[in-house]
Design a protein. Sequence first.
Length: 388
Amino acid sequence: MIQRAALLRSRLVQSLQLCPVSSQLGSRYCYTSNAASSLQQVQEPSIYSGDEYADVDWDNLGFGLMPTDYMYTMTSSKDGHFAKGQLSPFGDIKMSPSAGVLNYGQGLFEGTKAYRKENGNILLFRPDQNAIRMKIGAERMCMPSPSIDQFIDAVKQTALANKRWVPPPGKGTLYMRPLLMGTGPILGVAPAPEYTFLIYASPVGNYFKEGFAPLNLLVEDDYARASRGGAGGVKAISNYAPVFNAMKRAKGRGYSDALYLDSANKKNLEEASSCNIFVIKGNLISTPATNGTILPGITRRSIIEIARDSGYKVEERDIPVDELVGADEVFCTGTAVVVAPVGSITYKDKRIEFKVGAQSVSRQLYSTLVGIQMGHIEDTKGWTIEIN
Ligand code: COI
């Protein structure tokens, strides 16, 4: 593996030209590209010939970082215009100790996946929705953002350049993590003078260690995930570290994750640490409304549409925690999590159990979603983009 990495790097250095990269990121070898036409260049780089798959134990993927060959970076000019995106070998980035993202948490992230089809081609799932969400988040965080086209082009380039890391069908996916960060130096509390958009990638399997087994959630009634008027409704990097304590506490007691309540009244369900939540009772599927404290998940939205198409009534509304008693099923959704059944939720030491298994509604919704994402079910909605 180490020899392979060294070989790859030396072949990469031979095949790429040295070009200047923003001082924020340091200078290094890079593969410059700036437009859709550059996709042609990325499609079949000579370094991949005969190398269909990276040397990975595809049967044992979890959700841990496995660095791939390339990452994509694009910096903004002082007027907030993004240009000259480029692929370069995955590696550390350099920034000022006074970068806005390090000092004031001025940053957003996204998560999107590349799926391997049986014919070897790659499918992307609704990257336009990630681009739009990043734009909305950027406005909230006072940052400029790449255009929708720039974002999608960058995701395509990242997926193609790392194609050998996209797991074989059914073994996992290539998770891509777009970041938008204030990388310019700033001392006073204010937006940074310069920004970096970056995408790195890692092959992943199941997010939870439970795999496909049902999750057991613990309702957290001390810490909140988000509050009204805050930034819980956008994918701010600063939304995540504050849940570590609750997660740690839940996991320490043997639960899969913590489930948060609204911060004002501690009454309504919000979401888990990294995913949205749905509750099923009969033909009604409910999920908390995106009122500013709920992350508008792309999987969440896709599942709402699939459920409605399948004849279920879907309501986006406040869901009192007390409604869990009597619910038939509960499940979580997210890009990383996909659709994960919840077997139990414990609230104030009372454990409530839900239906799981092959006949469950959540399994049916999961199968439809994943079928579209993998290209097994015809995509009549224009959600997928095939690249090769
Ligand atoms: C995703 O599903 O992409 C997420 O943002 C979850 C992440 C925190 C692992």
